[in-house]
Design a protein around this ligand. Structure first.
Ligand code: HEM
Ligand SMILES: *[C@@H]1O[C@H](CO)[C@@H](O)[C@H](O)[C@H]1NC(C)=O
Length: 508
């Protein structure tokens, strides 16, 4: 006879059996069972989720490449293969058939579906076609948007110039992120929010974004957390960061809504200013789908929000990382400054320096930027793609079964010894200026900082323009006392520069 106590034990026992079955399947009977990996990442997706929460994912993945030096693919969750070598990038990210995004993008944590979080390849292709265009190109930026970015560079330089010589040290990483946030709000909404002018994180935009990332990234990695908890709107409300309307993403979303409504009304009434520089909100309102229809209201708002979220912290992080690494390698900073001085002597540089001038006349500085982004990529995330082909496919010499998720990783692949050699971990801008043209082309082709292929970063040229302008200008105008060297910190797939504390002195 079963007593009531025994009956109560049935459900937990069943659950335990199911769990054990899942673990055993993951270890021994899963289609990815034969791929190398530590037993704990083959068992469950929880370990990687925890490592990400702790900010240790990039180094963990890089460590795996050394632990399994001959592996072409490593199984970092039961369902996800990580490809550590640059030779995998083209087959993963350029293939039109692998353009279906993975689970990472499906958490809904960053708000309504945008270009970035559109999962199926065909939907993305159509949306990208309507939102892309010439206004993302360098030549457009140089003629139309660079003068506006100049005005922000000038405000930043003026502000730093006014500091007394014995001023309180400040967080340069945050300052540069604020600059990037001003650029993005200017380009998208037509006016900077005033991060630089008010010398603060306006509406906690950057801080709130950083705070929301670890939870988003945990959810993106931990399969059962996502399946069990995030599928219910109520549970989601409980665990996800709250958005309130006065700060952070909630405020940003409300501003996007307001701006779309206002701009549409202005257009209807025909009260647009003459000669006004068009901003990215204008281009979003102009976007048409394949049937010639404008985007929906929700799509327009989501795109405006996305551009700020995708372009502010990332670019700020890149700016901070390059400067920090140059300060850590004083000989590189000195060399870059000599190059600037030589160009100045030949009267080749405007004030502030133009994108094209840096590109033409400051090759060493450009190499420092490439090297900084390579070693400290601003978006060290898992950009997963699902293999949908019947019978699977071959990537980097490895057969991958249908249904598996694959990814590479900017931090690890940026240190691939097959491309960068035995000194891959060293900050060596000279490597980008070597005589071996073939090797240089190989390094360029391995650049995964902005991803690549049909879903490559849309704002890459904007980010590079910011770097080519504000960094040489700061190095040209200021000397630096490093109070705290700072470090590269991963916060759930977006990096930032913690504790880069400086004093600056205007140079004569
Ligand atoms: C250094 C700065 C930046 C880095 C490292 C970066 C990195 C990336 C990466 C890796 C992706 C691809 C993600 C994926 O495959 O899922 C991406 C996508 C994207 N980025 Fe950036 N980004 C930067 C700056 C910007 C800026 C300034 C903007 C906007 C003006 C921007 C807008 C976007 C958009 C809209 C997408 C989605 C593209 C699509 O899915 O079609 N990014 N970015
Ligand atoms: C990576 O490897 C280094 C050196 O072996 C070790 O000290 C560190 O703890 C490892 N980090 C992670 C996150 O695995």
């Amino acid at each position: 006879m079963l007593s009531p106590t025994h009956l109560f034990l049935i459900p937990p026992t069943l659950l335990l059996c199911l769990l054990i079955r899942r673990l055993i399947t993951n270890l021994f009977f899963h289609p990815l069972s034969s791929f190398p990996a530590p037993f704990y990442t083959r068992l469950s997706s929880l370990p990687l989720a925890i490592l990400s929460l702790l900010g240790r994912e990039p180094v963990f993945l890089y460590n795996l490449t050394k632990k399994y030096p001959s592996a072409r693919a490593i199984r970092i969750t039961p369902t996800l293969l990580f490809f550590p070598h640059a030779s995998s990038l083209k087959p993963i990210y350029w293939s039109p058939t692998h353009n279906h995004k993975g689970s990472l993008y499906g958490t809904g944590a960053l708000g309504p579906t945008s270009l970035f979080s559109t999962i199926p390849a065909d939907d993305h292709k159509a949306l990208r076609k309507s939102l892309g265009g010439a206004h993302w190109s360098v030549s457009y930026l140089k003629t139309s948007q660079e003068p506006r970015i100049d005005s922000l560079v000038t405000s930043l330089v003026n502000q730093l110039s006014l500091l007394p010589p014995d001023h309180e040290p400040f967080q340069m990483g945050d300052k540069l992120a604020q600059f990037a946030a001003d650029v993005m709000t200017l380009l998208v909404f037509g006016k900077p929010w005033g991060f630089i002018a008010h010398d603060r994180d306006e509406r906690r935009l950057l801080t709130a974004f950083r705070e929301s990332l670890p939870m988003f990234s945990f959810a993106a990695r931990c399969n059962s957390f996502r399946e069990l908890i995030l599928s219910s709107a109520r549970m989601r409300g409980l665990v996800m960061p709250k958005v309130d309307d006065k700060t952070g993403s909630g405020y940003l979303a409300s501003q996007a809504k307001l701006a779309v409504a206002q701009r549409e009304q202005e257009r209807e009434e025909g009260v647009e200013e003459e000669g006004k520089v068009r901003d990215y909100l204008d281009y979003t309102l102009d976007a048409r789908d394949s049937k010639g229809e404008p985007l929906t209201k929700a799509q327009k708002e989501a795109h405006a929000t996305l551009l700020i979220q995708a372009g502010a912290d990332t670019t700020g992080s890149g700016l901070g990382a390059v400067l920090r690494l140059m300060l850590e390698h004083r000989e590189c900073l000195d060399k870059a400054r000599k190059e600037i001085e030589a160009a100045e002597e030949r009267r080749l540089l405007s004030t502030p320096v133009l994108y094209e001038e840096t590109k033409q006349h400051l090759p060493y500085f450009v190499a420092c930027i490439k090297e900084g982004l390579r070693l400290n990529p601003p978006a060290p995330n898992l950009f997963g793609r699902i293999i949908l082909e019947k019978g699977g496919t071959v990537i980097d010499g490895v057969h991958v079964p249908q249904g598996a998720e694959v990814c590479s990783h900017p931090y690890a692949v940026g240190r691939d010894p097959e491309v960068y050699g035995p000194d891959a971990e060293a900050f060596k801008p000279e490597r980008w200026l070597g005589d071996d043209e073939k090797h240089r082309a190989e390094m360029e082709a391995a650049n995964f900082v902005f991803s690549m292929g049909p879903r490559v970063c849309l704002g890459k040229e904007i980010a590079i323009m910011e770097m080519y302008k504000v960094l040489p200008e700061i190095v040209r105008r200021f000397d630096f006392d490093v109070v705290s060297a700072g470090r590269y910190v991963d916060r759930g797939g977006v990096a930032f520069n913690k504790d880069l504390k400086l004093r600056v002195r205007r140079r004569a």
